[in-house]
Design a protein around this ligand. Structure first.
Ligand SMILES: Nc1ncnc2c1ncn2[C@@H]1O[C@H](COP(=O)(O)OP(=O)(O)OP(=O)(O)O)[C@@H](O)[C@H]1O
Length: 258
């Protein structure tokens, strides 16, 4: 069971049906290697958030199996970070306290107070939001709240990081800057990441593979290898031939399956 083939997050024949009988997520099968990053594209309602909720442990009823490094995900003490669509910040806590609380929950016997505070400051500054440390979430713009949510997700150092359209509220320039920032931090602090997006460019820029969910949940998802683009310098990806070839390929899949 410990062969390298099994290393990472294995999503095996996962299917989710709500009590109403509605299929929320058609069958999905993939293995995301440890410290790898896959992006997930799909039309509205195709089950992208449902997939993340099942992996995160928020959704307990599903068919299929979730394994991490060859063993059931639920039976292991694995730290999973989730950046939900609505950021999930506690409105009654300041930015700094939001991160502090998450770190305390994630690592109850963790660092002493001084190194914890230094760690929080490091993440706030990495996300360019140190001046917001004492503000409350509701006084921040959507983009600022997204930065806090991402800083918090990285600060707890999860083994698995799940991101549900984390850059959706951002203008194009800020979005590009945060994509680069996100990749830099993911490379420096490797974690196994699933990144949901509506944006085809973003899926190609950030994923080693791209999982395209179909609108008909009886159809199989398409899993597209994106190693050629992913291996390029981030700043060179958008202008590469490989990037344009991927856009064409994904558009074809979207025309057939959306
Ligand atoms: N709690 C629930 N009870 C019943 N059905 C649900 C529930 N949550 C989601 N669904 C249904 O499951 C399906 C998948 O929803 P999900 O939110 O995962 O889609 P999505 O791809 O993330 O959509 P979007 O891109 O709009 O965020 C939808 O048809 C939705 O209506």
């Amino acid at each position: 069971m410990s062969s390298s083939r099994n290393n990472g997050l294995c999503v095996k024949e996962l299917e989710v049906e709500y009590k109403s009988g509605e299929l929320a997520l058609g069958r999905v099968d993939f293995t995301l290697p440890e410290h790898g990053i896959y992006t997930i594209l799909g039309p509205s309602g195709s089950g992208k958030s449902t997939l993340l909720r099942a992996v995160s442990g928020l959704l307990l009823e599903f068919r299929g199996e979730l394994l991490f490094n060859g063993q059931s995900l639920r039976e292991q003490d694995i730290l999973i970070g989730l950046v939900p669509q609505n950021y999930g910040l506690l409105p009654w806590k300041t930015v700094k306290s939001n991160i502090r609380v998450a770190m305390k929950i994630a690592h109850p016997k963790g660092q002493d107070r001084r190194s914890q505070e230094a760690q929080i400051d490091r993440w706030l500054s990495a996300m360019g939001i140190q001046e917001l440390a004492d503000r409350y979430p509701l006084s921040l713009s959507g983009g600022q709240q997204q930065r806090v949510a991402i800083a918090r997700a990285f600060a707890i150092m999860p083994s698995i990081l799940l991101l549900d359209e984390p850059f959706s509220a951002l203008d194009a320039i800020t979005r590009e800057a945060l994509q680069q920032l996100f990749l830099e931090h993911w490379q420096a602090n490797p974690t196994t990441a699933l990144f949901v997006t509506h944006d085809v460019d973003e899926a190609i820029l950030l994923g080693q593979k791209i999982i395209v969910l179909p609108s008909n949940k009886r159809d199989a998802p398409e899993i597209i290898d994106n190693g050629t683009v992913f291996g390029l310098e981030h700043g060179e990806k958008r202008s590469s031939d490989a990037f344009f070839a991927q856009i064409k390929r994904i558009r074809k899949v979207m025309q057939a399956k959306w």
